[in-house]
Every structure is written in structure tokens, then in C-alpha cells.
Design a protein. Structure first.
Length: 711
């Protein structure tokens, strides 16, 4: 063997500070000296020390010597009883012992097992001492011998599953089918790398854990300091109850404030892993190794109410005992999930100023990453105002800012409000789209022809949606009773008066998408199924920046009646459920109905905005005819839209249908659009509506239509 000092100089990893691993080399020198002495004694007692087939067979003489050798309780040679040199304060070996509660004996055993991973000479030497050149790692028996302990001493219990070395993930005991003393010991690569000065997380956690550095989260507010203080009490388990805030970011800030390294877990990936229990042990070891803290959430992805989810959560909390763990979710913590109960902290939505800071920082970072000039990536007050109605966490804000910046780069211009709105809509999940029909708004206020009162009511709905966080959250104008921060509106009026189109306009004003609930997928003949379908819709809609539209809402929001049979009882239960669910809803919902009188009065009391949609008058019908026909279609000079508006009392939806039909007729004739096509289209619409065709309405155009066989 070469000299120990020479080995240390050659084998010291390049780029590693000497002070970091100096202590490790001193301890390995001690292990090497023990191995030298063990080899020397073994050779001195061996009658054939140079036998090339050693370890491959057992002679009768050797068997006799084994029988006559010392038993398991005999003392070991004095060389292995020499104490190991103490580690200086602040060294990695000292930190490892403190973080995992290791005894000096544990550290000696760990270093004996680790030696082949640092110096490959130990592989051959251990093979010799094991009397089997194929077994190049230490066995439990050899490790005990090198640490000066008899085979039957209490030291063997340091390898039990509950012992700190094994339970902490620092040491693996392999070949469980062999007798205990001949089982092989292995130290995970991450532990060896840590003692050699490497701080990169365990490779087995790649794609599962995201490590956040202090430079990524510079701001620390009073809430983060409060959570950091809670981490220092008891078991270090804290639960952030999400009430519209950003618990993930708060958890990271709290861990940084507590001097911990945040390890953000992808909880969905953890639950889907083939062996999550093994990953949990690896994660726990990483947290304790690097003085980290675990961020786990949202817990809804783990479904802890199910046995397998609760088992995984309980195992994770137990495994990281001794390291902080911050979990977050929207449901209250169930004490049955884990042995320890967490410190609960409610996370409320940030004030508008806090949201504006998030967007400014995210847009600046995203613009820099995609190559936007600083002046093009900055967020002015107009951009911040465009995001006022959105509810996003910090990760969604970051993603949306990145998408908006990339859209601006494509067109070589600054980020504008439309980029932000498109980017925010891209963050909406597809869950609600499976339950409702998604409409991307394509109309605006100029497309509406409504009375001034109705337009004011629609504007009120938009401003409530835009400022609800400030009014209901910051100013605390929300009453008690578990009411949510939702905005509920009722659009009442006859069919075709513009209710659905108005909902689309409001969605466009807020930069959101419109989701129309298909009642055929909601209403179910089986008792209880309708409520379940509605609950899925409300849950998905709460996480989406969109407007939920219940068209023909009186079908499910009808009046409760006197109970005469089981059907009446079930109908009343359904209505009662909807009353409660609408109050706790956190999104924006619009109900439309042709028959307002059919709605239960209790629903009306819970509405924030009620907009009436009357039939249009003659002036409004004229504007509707003109806008529905548009400017692209050629018109005859004799086209008399004032006659149409004054004589045909139609709603906006019917006027649009007539305009489309007339356009088809004009395209077929190859001539500009004239009164002939308009009257033909109106006659078709009257037949659809079941209305009488009166000469007083059509005037001379009725005779002409009858001559063509259309009357």
C-alpha cells in the first residue's frame, strides 16, 4: 500500500475546498490503519498466505482451524479499539452526526462502509478480509471487527431497521437472505458526495423535487416570519390552509427565513411513482442532510382521504421528523392523516399592491429570459390593471408572464394587455372543459344593443369581478357564514334578447373565457347524481379564470315545493344544495332564464347582479338589423331597414337568424341583398316561432312573397 499522506494528496477531488474534506481524510487514515493491522494479523495466522485460490475452496485443515477459533464473544485485537480522531466543529462529519443523531460508533461504521467508494484499494482488501474476493464491500461482521466489537456485542443492533444509520438512509444493508454477519454494507452515493463537499440533491429525486435557492426568493414578509417561527416549535409540521392566497410561495419564503433549504415536492409525481416509500426515505435523508425543509402540496393531489394517500402522507411526515415540513391545501387537515397534528395557518389572498408586485417581478424576469429589452418587458399600471380580475398563484403568474413575453417577442413589440390575457387563459386546466362548453369571447361592448339600464348592470358585474379581492378580502366586506368570494349574476329575459352574448361580452371585458354548462350532462335521473355533477363543475370552476354560464337556469334552480312524494323531497334537497353551494362558490357565475318567476326567491336573495333583458324597441331593432348584416355584404339601394325595424317585432337572436338566412338567399341569387331576401327570411323565422303572418306587419311585401309561393 502507498503511504496515507500520498494517497490523500492524489485522491483529493479537484475543486473541493481542502477544509471541507480534511476531517474526512483524517478519519479515513484511521480506517486504513485498522485495515492494515487486520490484514497483517490475518496473514500472520494463515499457514498459506499466498494461496492463489484463497476464498474459492475450504480445506479440511482450514475447517479445523475455524472450529478451534474464538467464538462470537471473544475479544477482538486491540488495534481496532483505538478511538477515532474527533471531528472539529463545523465539519461535515460533525454536521452529519448532529443532523441524524449518530453516535461515534455509528460514524466509525459508516466510514468503514464508505471507504471503497473513496479509495478503490479498500475493495481488494475487504475481499481478502472477507475471504471472498468477489465480496468487495465490508460485511456487518467485518465492520464490527474493524471497530473493535465482538460479533455478539450490542454493536450489531446499530444495523437494525430502526437504528439511525439505516432509518436515516445513510447505510444500506444488502443481501437480506444471508446471515446477519455476512450481509454486505453499502453507503448511498449521495452521502459520500455530501462528505466530499457536493451539495447537489440526490439524483433519485430528479424530476420529483425542485430546490429553491435564496437568490430566487429575496422578499420575506411578516406572514413568512410567522410561519418560520411556527417551524421552530414541536415537530416542525405546519399546514397552510389555502383561502385564495399563494401558500406555495409563502412556504418557500418561510423556510428561507428559518435558514432552511426549500425542497419543493411535485406531489403528483410522488404519488404516481412505482415505489413512493423508497423515494420518501430518500427525500427525508436529503432534507436532513442539507438542512432542508420540505414543501408539500397541494394535498388534494395526494387524495389523503383515501387510505393509500393517507398512508403515504403519514409515512412522509414520520420520515422527515426532525426536519421542517410545510404542507398546504384547500381542505382542512384531518388529524387521522398523521400521528402529529400541524400548526394551522390560513393563507388569504394578497392585496392588490402585492399582486402588482408579483406581476412586475415575473414580467421583468420573463422578459430577460426571452430576450426582451428592459423597456419592453416592464409592466406599467395599464398592464397591472388588466390582471386585476385574475386569481393566480405565483407559479401561474410566472408561467403566464413567460408566455406573454414570448408572444411579444414573436411580434417584436412590448408586452400588452392582450398578451397577458391570452397567457392567463393558457393556464386554465382542461378539467372544466370536460364538463362545460368553452367559448373564447369574440364580441365586445360595441356589439351589444341594449337599454342603458341593462348596460349599467353588466358594467356593475364586470367591476364586481375586477375588484372583489379588494372589497371582500382587503376591506373585509364579506359577511360570515362560510360565504365565498364569488360573484353571481342573473340575466332574465325572453329568448334571443342577448343574455348569452352579454355574458360573452363581460368575459371579454375581464379577459376570461366563458364556460357554458350543458344541462344534459348535469341533470341525472338517479338521486344524488345531479348534485355530484354540479359539485365537480363548481370545484373545477373555482380554479379557472373564467365565467360559468348556466343557460336556462330555471331547470335546476327552480322553486321548492310542498313535499307530496319522494320526487318532491329529492327536488327540494337538490335546490337546498345549490343554495348552499352558490354561497360558498369563489368564481364568477351567470344564470340565464326566460322565466324569472320560476326561480326560487332564496336564489334571488343570493344574487349580486340582476340584469333585465327586455324586447328591443324599434330604434334598437334598427341598430340590430344594421349590425347583424354587417358591412361586407352588398346591399340594394331599396333595402329599407327602418321598415323591418318598425314592422317586425323580433328579438336580437331572431334578427341575427333572419340576417344570416337572407345572406344565404342573396348569395344564391348572385345579386346584392334586398328586401325580397329579408322578407323571405322573416317569413321563415315567423314559421319557426309559430307566429301569425299579418298583412299589417308585412305591407306590400306580403303580396310579393305570396306570388313567389313563400307566404
Amino acid at each position: 500500500m502507498t503511504t496515507t499522506q500520498g494517497t490523500r494528496a492524489v485522491r483529493e477531488p479537484a475543486g473541493t475546498p481542502t477544509a471541507v474534506i480534511e476531517d474526512l481524510w483524517e478519519r479515513l487514515i484511521h480506517v486504513e490503519q485498522r485495515v492494515r493491522n487486520a490484514v497483517a494479523l490475518r496473514r500472520a495466522a494463515d499457514p498459506q498466505p499466498d494461496d492463489p485460490y484463497r476464498g474459492q475452496y475450504l480445506t479440511p485443515e482450514a475447517a479445523g482451524r475455524i472450529v478451534e477459533s474464538r467464538d462470537a464473544f471473544a475479544p477482538v485485537p486491540a488495534y481496532s479499539s483505538e478511538p477515532s480522531p474527533p471531528s472539529p466543529p463545523g465539519s461535515r462529519i460533525r454536521q452529519l452526526a448532529e443532523n441524524f443523531g449518530l453516535l461515534p460508533l455509528d460514524m466509525d461504521l459508516l466510514l468503514v462502509a464508505m471507504a471503497p467508494d473513496i479509495d478503490n484499494r479498500f475493495e481488494r482488501l475487504y475481499g481478502y478480509l472477507n475471504d471472498d474476493l468477489t465480496r468487495r464491500r465490508p460485511t456487518i461482521g467485518l465492520a464490527l471487527e474493524l471497530c473493535g466489537l465482538p460479533a455478539a456485542s450490542s454493536g450489531r443492533f446499530r444495523f437494525s431497521p430502526s437504528a439511525p444509520l439505516v432509518a436515516g438512509g445513510l447505510l444500506e444493508v444488502l443481501e437480506a437472505d444471508r446471515p446477519l454477519l455476512s450481509r454486505v454494507l453499502r453507503v448511498p452515493d449521495r452521502i459520500t458526495a455530501y462528505l466530499l463537499g457536493d451539495d447537489e440533491p440526490d439524483g433519485r429525486l430528479r424530476g420529483l423535487v425542485h430546490v429553491v435557492g435564496p437568490e430566487q426568493e429575496p422578499d420575506t414578509g411578516p406572514e413568512a416570519l410567522r410561519v418560520a417561527a411556527a417551524l421552530g416549535t414541536g415537530s416542525g409540521l405546519v399546514y397552510l390552509l389555502d383561502r385564495g392566497g399563494d401558500p406555495g410561495r409563502l412556504a418557500v419564503e418561510a423556510l428561507l427565513a428559518a435558514g432552511r433549504r426549500p425542497l419543493v415536492v411535485d406531489i403528483a409525481a410522488l404519488a404516481a411513482a412505482p415505489e413512493p416509500a423508497e423515494l420518501v426515505r430518500t427525500l427525508a435523508a436529503e432534507a436532513r442532510l442539507s438542512r432542508g425543509g420540505v414543501v408539500l402540496g397541494p394535498l388534494e393531489s395526494l387524495t389523503p382521504e383515501r387510505p393509500e394517500g393517507a398512508h403515504l402522507l403519514g409515512g412522509l411526515c414520520a420520515a422527515v421528523s426532525g426536519a421542517p415540513l410545510i404542507a398546504f391545501g384547500k381542505k382542512n387537515w384531518d388529524p387521522l392523516w398523521t400521528r402529529e397534528s400541524p400548526v394551522p395557518v390560513r393563507v388569504l389572498p394578497p392585496a392588490p399592491a402585492g399582486v402588482a408586485r408579483q406581476w412586475r417581478r415575473a414580467l421583468a424576469e420573463a422578459g430577460t429570459s426571452v430576450g426582451l429589452p428592459a423597456e419592453n418587458a416592464s409592466a406599467d399600471e395599464g398592464l397591472i390593471e388588466a390582471t386585476a380580475s385574475y386569481r393566480l398563484d405565483s407559479e401561474q403568474v410566472r408561467k403566464a408572464a413567460t408566455v406573454a413575453s414570448r408572444l411579444a417577442v414573436l411580434e417584436e413589440r412590448p408586452v400588452d394587455a392582450q398578451d397577458l390575457r391570452t397567457a392567463v387563459r393558457a393556464q386554465n386546466g382542461a378539467g372544466l372543459e370536460r364538463l362545460a362548453r368553452r367559448i373564447e369571447p369574440a364580441v365586445g361592448w360595441d356589439d351589444l344593443v341594449l337599454p342603458p339600464v341593462t348596460l349599467r348592470q353588466l358594467s356593475e358585474l364586470a367591476l364586481r369581478a375586477r375588484h372583489r379581492e379588494q372589497v371582500l378580502g382587503q376591506w373585509r366586506m364579506r359577511p360570515g357564514g362560510g360565504r365565498g368570494r364569488g360573484v353571481i349574476a342573473l340575466f332574465a329575459g325572453e329568448s334571443g334578447t342577448g343574455k348569452t352574448m352579454s355574458a360573452e361580452v363581460v368575459a371579454s371585458e375581464l379577459g376570461m373565457e366563458l364556460y357554458v354548462v350543458d344541462l344534459s350532462t348535469v341533470v341525472d335521473k338517479y338521486i344524488g347524481e345531479t348534485e355530484k355533477n354540479l359539485e365537480r363543475i363548481f370545484v373545477e370552476a373555482s380554479d379557472v379564470n373564467g365565467i360559468l354560464l348556466f343557460d336556462e337556469a330555471d331547470a335546476i334552480f327552480g322553486k321548492r315545493s310542498q313535499v307530496k312524494d319522494a320526487h318532491d323531497r329529492h327536488a327540494n334537497v337538490e335546490s337546498a344544495y345549490l343554495l348552499q353551494r352558490m354561497e360558498s362558490f369563489d368564481g364568477i357565475a351567470v344564470l340565464t332564464t326566460n322565466l324569472r318567476a320560476n326561480l326560487d326567491e332564496a336564489f334571488t336573495r343570493r344574487l349580486d347582479v340582476i340584469a333585465e333583458f327586455p324586447m328591443p324597441n324599434a330604434q334598437q331593432r334598427l341598430a340590430l338589423w344594421d349590425r347583424c348584416l354587417g358591412t361586407a355584404i352588398p346591399r340594394e339601394a331599396e333595402l329599407d331597414l327602418e321598415f323591418c325595424a318598425g314592422h317586425f317585432e323580433l328579438a336580437g337572436g331572431s334578427i341575427r337568424a333572419c340576417a344570416v338566412t337572407a345572406a344565404y338567399l342573396a348569395a344564391e341569387s348572385g345579386r346584392p341583398l334586398g328586401m325580397q331576401q329579408i322578407v323571405s327570411a322573416v317569413l321563415q323565422e315567423y314559421r319557426k316561432l309559430g307566429r301569425l303572418v299579418l298583412e299589417s306587419e308585412f305591407g306590400p311585401w306580403l303580396d310579393r312573397a305570396q306570388e313567389r309561393g313563400e307566404g
